[in-house]
Design a protein around this ligand. Structure first.
Ligand SMILES: NC(=O)c1ccc[n+]([C@@H]2O[C@H](COP(=O)([O-])OP(=O)(O)OC[C@H]3O[C@@H](n4cnc5c(N)ncnc54)[C@H](OP(=O)(O)O)[C@@H]3O)[C@@H](O)[C@H]2O)c1
Length: 327
């Protein structure tokens, strides 16, 4: 089978295609014939090993799991010992704990998997887990419900487009700021307003939002805090893209929240199959349609990683099983 592999940290050039034998699943695992993989900015951070904190979790010198790709959808073709909840032929999706998705066949632990409804194709399913799950957990962290007034800053990427759509689904009044290239796509998600984030935050009314979701991690915390009303919450989904780095940003968020009625909560989202299940149900009913930036064949997945690394994606970058020649 063909698989992408990286044996050191770096740009997409370090990820290369190899041929290897198809693995067999161990206890509690299944072998999936990959149908589609959803890539996330997390895949690129792990590929690069940046920020350096990433290497503490994923391997000091090289990635412990050398095959990138965490969000995988496909069909089970072999079961390991003790697998009861799934059977050969089932279509499943999940956010894998140790990546490994960019390959024709993928081993997955069943506790990460969710069945895919017939109405949902593999590409749609693979677009959901990490980005949709992060947006969902951010909305929960901010307590977004019907009637909440929500600002999504940096709404055009994978997590951002879901944050807008899922907040609208909850009945919130959503205001989105995104890069100019994403305005058209974000405008289709049901937000009350969509504007170019290049205009900055100064023109926005202070004390007016119940929740601000920050996808950029660059805006001054004081400016974000100023936008929420008393009792409102800023959720820092991205914390790393600034001078002080992730730890500094988290520390500053904690300090600014002490004694404040406008809390800043840095988010650490985790894989939650039950949320993936809810996202699939929304996709099956047509209420959640992922925004797709581009779809690459498996043998061109290096270009997909480069695409994310270059910035400026609108929605999700996906990889499909077929090779470029259609096989
Ligand atoms: N906390 C967690 O657990 C968690 C989980 C997943 C992802 N994340 C973080 O969330 C961010 C988005 O992830 P993703 O996978 O959706 O990445 P992505 O698809 O590559 O999207 C990048 C996002 O960053 C935004 N952005 C870029 N420059 C910005 C700026 N100067 N100001 C405001 N927004 C800016 C973009 O908004 P525009 O459309 O406006 O350009 C876009 O939404 C990443 O920083 C990622 O590390 C955090």
């Amino acid at each position: 089978m063909i698989t992408w592999l990286q044996d050191r940290y770096g740009t997409a050039d370090v990820v290369h295609l190899i041929d290897r034998t198809v693995p067999h699943p161990g206890a509690g695992e299944v072998l999936i014939q990959m149908g589609a993989v959803g890539l996330n900015s997390a895949d690129v951070r792990i590929m690069r090993g940046e920020p350096l904190l990433v290497r503490l979790a994923f391997g000091l010198r090289r990635p412990k799991t050398p095959v990138p790709g965490r969000d995988v959808a496909g069909t089970i073709i072999e079961e390991g010992e003790g697998v009861e909840l799934f059977a050969v032929g089932d279509r499943v999706v999940g956010e894998l704990s140790t990546a490994g998705g960019l390959a024709e066949y993928v081993i997955a632990s069943t506790d990460r998997l969710v069945p895919v409804p017939d109405e949902v194709d593999d590409l749609t399913a693979a677009a959901l887990p990490m980005a949709g799950g992060t947006a969902w957990q951010a909305l929960d962290a901010a307590g977004v419900t019907a009637g909440s007034r929500v600002l999504v800053l940096g709404a055009g990427g994978g997590v951002g487009t879901y944050a807008v759509r899922l907040a609208v689904q909850r009945g919130a009044e959503v205001h989105a700021l995104c890069s100019a290239r994403a305005i058209e796509a974000v405008s289709g998600l049901g937000a009350a307003s969509v504007a170019d984030r290049a205009a900055g935050l100064d023109g926005l009314p202070p004390n007016s939002f119940d929740a601000v979701l920050d996808l950029g991690g660059r805006a001054p915390l004081a400016a974000l805090q100023r936008l929420v009303r008393e009792g409102g919450t800023v959720v820092g989904i991205s914390v790393g893209e600034n001078r002080v780095g992730p730890v500094g940003r988290m520390l500053a968020s904690a300090l600014r929240s002490i004694g404040s009625r406008r809390r800043i909560r840095p988010l650490t989202a985790t894989a939650k199959p039950e949320i993936t299940g809810q996202l699939l149900a929304l996709a099956a009913s047509g209420d959640l349609v992922p925004v797709i930036d581009r779809i690459y064949p498996l043998d061109d997945a290096g270009a997909a990683l480069t695409r994310i690394d270059g910035g400026g994606v609108v929605g999700k970058v996906l990889v499909r099983a077929a090779r470029a020649d259609g096989d």
